[in-house]
Design a protein around this ligand. Structure first.
Ligand code: HEM
Length: 313
């Protein structure tokens, strides 16, 4: 009964809202119907009852771990990819719409090689990425442009920073960070992955659009071939270690920068309504002298925004 209640209250609404890219209308409907509150109540009830975890739901074809406390999360992460595999069958089908050979849905020795590649390029074990000095001026430039486009004396409509403008600017930063300045205006590339992610929402209920996927992956490959020094793709191309399907590791970055954008925008929203914290963040930025932009207070603000509103892609 509890498994059925979890599926109805938590799993199904999340699938309807779009597990790979959000469907705005479904999200709005879920909000109107109070489905998020219902899901939270259900999870709280389970968390109160099952202290030891992760809780394993018995589904017809497998067991599904449900994370109810941070301790469960650490346990599952330490014990992944075996026995806690991130490569569930529905996720494999969903992500195969745009990255069939990505680490996240790989298993066995292929996963080991692809994971090592990701860790080296993304500098997983460093608090600040070794290439951080490259995107910082890019971020400053794009943020200045974004703010310059807001009219401080204009109507409320064009003096406010709104999501649509923010995300467009964000993706300019993302393309420049991943491939270099020449990719700045390659909106088509990020539009293609957005379309493929919409297909991905249907997982195995929809056949992959092979033509669009091939065009997208070819474009990623071309961008990777022309990657500029300082970019993540350039770091990947120049790694001495063994590589497997390197171009197919990149769509995960383009995909994953989405929740990072959401987290950033929500942090800005939180700071704009908390003047004391806003002041502290401003002071930290003014007083930063390392040149590597280690901003622990601002980082904590981003983490707090993730805690308050965990982003779904
Ligand atoms: C706020 C920002 C982010 C959040 C909340 C986030 C969250 C996550 C989560 C929950 C997973 C596991 C997904 C699953 O099992 O289905 C994951 C995997 C991954 N993320 Fe992120 N992510 C973020 C940003 C990024 C960025 C910016 C990158 C790269 C540039 C990235 C690269 C990856 C990779 C490569 C994996 C796969 C790891 C593996 O399977 O071994 N993430 N992320």
């Amino acid at each position: 009964m509890e498994t059925a209640a979890f599926l109805i209250d938590v799993f199904l609404p999340n699938v309807a809202k779009g597990p790979i890219i959000r469907r705005p209308k479904a999200v709005a409907l879920a909000e109107r119907l109070g489905l998020d509150d219902r899901a939270v109540r259900r999870v709280k009830k389970l968390a109160g009852k099952y202290r030891a975890g992760p809780l394993l739901l018995r589904l017809p074809f497998r067991e599904q771990a449900v994370i109810l406390q941070s301790g469960h999360l650490h346990y599952a992460l330490i014990n992944s990819p075996e026995p806690f595999s991130p490569a569930s069958s529905e996720k494999k089908a969903a992500l195969s719409h745009f990255e069939p050979r990505n680490v996240l849905i790989s298993q066995g020795p292929e996963r080991t090689v692809r994971r090592a590649l990701q860790e080296q390029v993304l500098d997983t074990h460093s608090p600040v990425h070794r290439l951080a000095s490259s995107p910082i001026p890019v971020i400053r430039q794009e943020a200045a442009q974004l703010l310059a486009d807001l009219d401080p004396k204009g109507t409320a409509e064009n003096s406010e920073l709104v999501w649509d403008d923010f995300i467009e600017s964000w993706y300019r930063v993302v393309r420049r960070t991943v491939f270099g300045d020449s990719a700045r205006d390659d909106h088509e590339l990020t539009d293609m992955i957005a379309r493929l992610r919409q297909h991905g929402n249907w997982s195995f209920l929809k056949a992959p659009d092979r033509k669009l996927r091939a065009r997208f992956l070819q474009r990623v490959q071309n961008r990777m071939d022309g990657a500029e020094p300082g970019s993540l793709a350039h770091a990947m191309v120049n790694l001495p270690s063994r590589q497997d399907a390197p171009a197919e590791q990149i769509p995960q970055w383009l995909f994953a920068f989405d929740p990072a954008g959401m987290a950033t925008f929500r942090t800005l929203a939180l700071l704009s309504t908390h003047s004391e914290q806003y002041g502290r963040a401003q002071t930290e930025i003014r007083e930063e002298t390392t040149g590597r932009e280690q901003l622990p207070y601002l980082r904590a603000c981003v983490l707090e925004s993730l805690r308050l509103c965990p982003p779904r892609r």
